[in-house]
Ligand binder design. Structure first.
Ligand SMILES: Nc1nc2c(ncn2[C@@H]2O[C@H](COP(=O)(O)OP(=O)(O)OP(=O)(O)O)[C@@H](O)[C@H]2O)c(=O)[nH]1
Length: 787
């Protein structure tokens, strides 16, 4: 019977199963799926079916690497001959080589009748594998033929089938000729085939390259395992002239890599910041209501401080005896059981300074307007600053206790700034109050609560704290002291925090009442000690898990700050306005207008807003009378605005801030020039042929009338120098009262070409005599700009 098998070369389901360490059911399933279901495990298989099974098993048992297959084969320990001590070694070893019949023959020796396929021990098939390796080692196998056959196998499915057939026919022949060894060869071929398939798959699988946002050409080449020249060539084909050391962006690199047959994956570089700081979005179910954060703004002496003081004294409960209310920059009060957080630094300057540093901490602005005074320049500034920050404004008409209080007049004035009272049909909440008597303050606070409720202010207390630095200073005894406002999460005593470039551990926390806190949740302001350096107001802070990494991040931020301070990135200037419009970076050109008189300011504003075109809208975000001050520069800096001065000059602080923050300030004497220049800049036609070079400033200390020479100003050169040929600008209280040329420049009785800083001189101005003591003369030259 077995001999008949051998001769007929019947390869049955269970034999195949055994050889592959499978059970018959698995083999039957393969056949059921891809051919015809076998009747039972004894069914003899046709070559076609065998091929199919091999193919299936090959495809489903791919190995990680060819090396591992070799390693497996080489290191397989020789199976101990013990299981069949009585059997001659040769038949055992030759068993698989002779194919199934031999194995069948071996089974009775193990004493089993019908050993279940699943229990078949793999070593039975491993032995010949070892032989296979030995054969190769002996050089009996022509390796080149594998490549040829690999092509054959890969070409079509038909050829695969044929190959299978031939192989089995070959096996028959070999068996007839060479006996047991031929079965071994068949397995060898199967193994080889499996390996070649692996190789083929590896060959066909495109190389995966990771590309970051930007990559140097030579780095890309090395990642793609190509030469730099090949990559440069492909770039050139795509119209990009780049050298090996040039850096190309991700999109370009991806196109090139794909064209060169690679699979591209974006390399996401995780920064220390990302590793350290948890920026995950909160789930809606984790959020709870938080207190609104309120800022009080308004004109000087309208009662901001009085209002803040009144609220604090009336609403902060001194829970502990001796709890002294102290100024820490912010405090929290409770109104009908609902907390409100007040920033205790009145005025829009501090507010905008914080915003300039990226801190968006306030939810509501209270605009204090004195009922006896009305809308004043800083009231307007405050309105515009709050509007720029997109926070709701509640107006508190203060000093209502004064007999001359006229709230209706103020409501009327407010309409000019789009703040229309509710009783006038608008939406602005206006509360008459007296910070002195406290009248109306509770109503004001209730309005704050209601406005906050509308905004649905929420935070998640169950995460590490994040917030902003409100104030910070160096205390002689306690070291750096900082007031932090927790915006999300909970800050705990002992937490490691990074605030801007300062790192430290919260050693102790106190609130405005001097109470020690261990935890501070969202919207709670606390004063902490334990920072290694003094952070800056407006810096954001994060509680983090890793102090060492936090220090690393702080160092990196310091470095970035240095780099950023040397570039004006992100700021709008008329020079590059057009290119920024073209790149879609600028859609609104924000402008701050300062002029000498209200009429001019309004005229400049109206004319500027008219020159909006399809690409860019000109928005005047602040328009006021007076010299350009630091607050204007801060607003410009936070809002990406340019400042247009009409017959006014920046004060010295504004000049310093503008230079530091790269804010573009343009001064004009004629409205037409201003409109013309901005219009030209929007069209990319700006051709600044001349630029003003400041020479120096001179202070007028006396004024003489000299017969023949007219009015002469007795001056002192406070900075730089003044030259005879200089152009001058006469500035009185920040307003330009005249611009022209020097008629005479003398020291004592001698004409001078130039007078330097620290010297006195007499200056006569051409065709101008209205010089007053205290005026400032700015001397400047117009220099041609080389294009
Ligand atoms: N009669 C009356 N006087 C008030 C009221 N509120 C404030 N004042 C007075 O107005 C003056 C200015 O008040 P402040 O609270 O210092 O005003 P401010 O807006 O904080 O002023 P700056 O801090 O200089 O910007 C003080 O003399 C206050 O006493 C009020 O409701 N009624």
């Amino acid at each position: 019977m077995e001999v008949a098998h051998l001769l007929n070369n019947k390869y049955r389901v269970h034999e195949v199963a055994k050889d592959f360490g499978k059970n018959s059911k698995e083999i039957a399933d393969i056949l059921t799926q891809y051919a015809t279901a076998p009747k039972n495990h004894m069914q003899a298989l046709e070559d076609r079916e065998l091929s199919l099974i091999f193919e299936y098993l090959t495809q489903h048992h791919q190995v990680e690497s060819i090396e591992s297959v070799f390693a497996d084969v080489y290191h397989e320990p020789k199976p101990a001959p013990a299981p069949a001590p009585s059997a001659p070694a040769a038949p055992k070893a030759a068993a698989p080589a002779q194919g199934k019949p031999q194995q069948q023959g071996a089974r009775p020796q193990q004493g089993g009748q019908a050993q279940p396929a699943a229990q078949v021990q793999r070593p039975a098939t491993r032995v010949p594998e070892k032989k296979l390796v030995d054969t190769r080692k002996g050089g009996a196998v022509n390796l080149e033929k594998y490549d040829e056959r690999l092509e054959k196998i890969a070409s079509t499915k038909t050829t695969q089938m044929q190959a299978g057939k031939q192989k089995f026919q070959g096996r028959n022949n070999n068996q007839r000729r060479g006996g047991g060894f031929q079965g071994n060869k068949r397995r060898q071929e199967e193994q080889d085939r499996m390996r070649r398939l692996q190789l083929e798959i590896a060959k066909k699988t495109p190389l995966k390259v990771m590309i970051p946002d930007e990559i140097a050409v030579n780095e890309l080449a090395s990642r793609m395992k190509k030469t730099g020249a090949e990559v440069v060539k492909t770039l050139m084909k795509n119209g990009i002239m780049a050298s090996m050391s040039d850096v190309i962006d991700f999109d370009t690199a991806a196109i090139i890599a794909e064209e060169m047959g690679c699979k591209v994956e974006k390399e996401v570089i995780v920064t220390i910041e990302e590793k350290l700081i948890d920026t995950a979005e909160d789930k809606a179910e984790d959020l709870i209501d938080r207190a609104p954060v309120v800022v009080v703004m308004g004109h000087v002496d309208h009662g901001k401080t009085s209002l803040l003081d009144y609220i604090r004294s009336a609403h902060v409960v001194d829970r502990e005896a001796g709890g002294i209310t102290q100024h820490i920059g912010a405090y929290q009060v409770e109104v009908k059981g609902k907390p409100i957080t007040f920033l205790d630094t009145p005025g829009h300057e501090a507010f905008t300074a914080m915003r300039a540093r990226g801190a968006m901490i306030t939810d509501v602005a209270i605009l204090v307007v004195a009922a006896d005074d009305g809308i004043m320049p800083q009231t307007i500034e405050s309105i515009n600053h709050a509007k720029a920050a997109e926070i709701p404004i509640i107006v508190a008409i203060n000093k209502m206790d004064k007999p001359e209080a006229n709230p209706e007049r103020i409501k009327q004035q407010l309409t000019e700034y789009e703040l229309v009272a509710e009783d006038w049909g608008g939406e602005t909440i206006i509360c008459p109050i007296s910070a002195k008597t406290g009248e109306g303050v509770d109503n004001l606070l209730e309005m704050v609560t209601l406005t906050a409720e509308m905004r649905e202010l929420k935070a998640n207390p169950n995460r590490s704290a994040h917030g902003a630095v409100i104030e910070a200073r160096l205390d002689k005894g306690r070291g750096p002291v900082a007031t932090l406002l927790v915006q999300n999460g909970t800050l705990n005593q002992g937490d490691v925090i990074i605030a801007g470039t300062a790192v430290g551990r919260v050693r102790a926390m106190q609130n405005a009442q001097g109470e020690t806190l261990e935890h501070a949740g969202p919207s709670v302001p606390v004063e902490i000690i334990g920072m290694a350096e003094v952070p800056q107001a407006g810096d954001d802070f994060h509680a983090v898990a890793d102090e060492r990494m936090a220090r690393e991040l702080a160092e990196q931020r310091k470095h970035d700050q240095k780099m950023a301070s040397s570039s004006a990135l992100g700021k709008v200037t008329l020079e590059d306005l057009f290119s920024q419009i073209q790149q879609g970076e600028v859609k609104n050109l924000n402008v701050i207008v300062k002029a000498d008189v209200q009429g001019s300011a309004e005229a400049v504003k109206a004319s500027l807003e008219k020159i909006s075109n399809e690409e860019v809208r000109v928005r005047v975000i602040h328009c006021a009378v007076g010299a350009i001050n630091e607050s204007d520069v801060m607003l410009a800096s936070t809002s990406g605005a340019i400042i247009v001065g009409f017959n006014v000059r920046p004060d010295s602080n504004a000049k310093i801030s503008a230079a530091r923050d790269h804010v573009d300030m343009r001064m004009y004497r004629v409205i037409y020039d201003c409109i013309d220049e901005i219009e030209a800049a929007m069209k990319g036609m700006l051709s600044p042929k001349f630029k003003e070079v400041e020479l120096g400033t001179v202070e007028v200390r006396e004024v003489y009338k000299i017969t023949g020479a007219g009015i002469i100003a007795g001056c002192y050169v406070t900075s730089g120098r003044v030259t005879r040929n200089a152009q001058i600008r006469l500035v009185r209280d920040g307003i330009v009262v005249h611009e022209g040329a020097i008629a005479s420049l003398r020291r004592f009785k001698d004409d001078q070409k130039e007078v330097a800083q620290g010297y006195e001189c007499g200056i006569g101005i051409e065709k101008y005599s209205d010089i007053k003591v205290g005026d400032i003369i700015e001397a400047f030259e117009m220099q041609q700009i080389e294009v």
